[in-house]
Design a protein around this ligand. Structure first.
Ligand code: HL5
Ligand code: SIN
Ligand code: MN
Length: 272
């Protein structure tokens, strides 16, 4: 799928673009079922909430679940990433942030590129994130919240606390902006927390400041986050690269999926 010139202008102005209901209910159902299966597999790719029990995030589902391997190559997402980066793209990262019902924890305000510059020595912020709602999102279940226009600010994360929240990945807590930085940005640009049906996609820039609050609702807020990278922007880790479930080790340009390859899709869908 190609984005319209107007959609590209909005993305460049705000650092984000909302595409309501981009995936059909049957497609989302397939992805939810595959996630439920994947979330049962223990390992370093699965991050828990502070109770050490409930699932906070699952990394690299495309390595274990065919529905996610197919998802990253759908023309709707891959085509959009290519148009925004103006190049062939590779996969950088895929995760599902699960934010469980009745108390799923929040994510601190941050810019993703800070994590990837520091942890993976990624040369440039030539990436696009696609956030796909696996559940309907409203004001009560901890929506992803953005500072529109913040992608033009180059910000140093506040001094990290001595201890890391997680050894498994860079938690936004560890690259969080200070209250002063956040207040200044929000004063300047305001905030937006897009809501919508399951299947909605938000495209956002790796420097767009974002975070989210606690899920107080009785329903989970599961969110797939796919990060595409410019084909000539491979990370250059100083030592051992981070594991493939965190940062893809496949440097090859992604190939578009054939129309009938996505489980749950119909070949007649005009937006494929
Ligand atoms: N957890 C990611 C990583 O690469 C970084 C965060 O939202 C993305 C900041 O370890
Ligand atoms: C969230 O899931 O609300 C936070 C997502 C992110 O930091 O990428
Ligand atoms: Mn993030």
């Amino acid at each position: 799928m190609m984005l319209t010139p107007q959609e590209i202008t909005t993305y460049e102005r705000d650092g984000l673009l909302v595409l309501p209901g981009l995936f059909r209910p049957a497609e989302v159902e397939t992805l939810r079922t595959a996630f439920e299966r994947d979330a049962l597999l223990s390992g370093d790719h699965r991050v828990t909430e502070s109770d050490g029990r409930r699932v906070r995030a699952v990394y690299g589902s495309h390595l274990r679940q065919p529905a996610y391997a197919a998802l990253i190559r759908t023309p709707r997402l891959l085509g959009a990433a290519r148009s925004l980066l103006g190049s062939e793209v590779t996969l950088y990262q895929l995760k599902v942030n699960a934010k469980p019902a009745l108390g799923g924890e929040g994510w601190s305000w941050h810019q993703d590129y800070s994590a990837w510059r520091i942890a993976d020595r990624l040369p440039a912020p030539l990436l696009v994130n696609a956030a796909l709602f696996l559940d309907p999102v409203d004001a009560t279940n901890g929506p992803l919240t953005f500072v529109p226009g913040s992608h033009r600010h180059v910000l140093e994360p506040a001094d990290p606390r001595g201890t890391r929240r997680s050894e498994q990945h860079v938690d936004p807590d560890d690259i969080a902006l200070s209250p002063e930085q956040t207040r200044a940005l929000v004063d300047l640009h305001g905030v937006t927390a897009p809501t919508g049906p399951a299947g909605t996609v938000i495209l956002f820039h790796p420097r767009t400041v974002h975070g989210s609050g606690v899920n107080t609702s009785p329903l989970p807020r599961r969110l797939v986050l796919i990060t595409y990278n410019h084909v000539h922007n491979a990370p250059r880790p100083a030592g051992v690269p981070r594991p493939a479930h965190l940062v893809s080790h496949d440097a090859g340009a992604l190939r578009l999926l054939d129309p009938d390859e996505l489980p749950g899709a119909t070949a007649t869908d005009p937006r494929r």
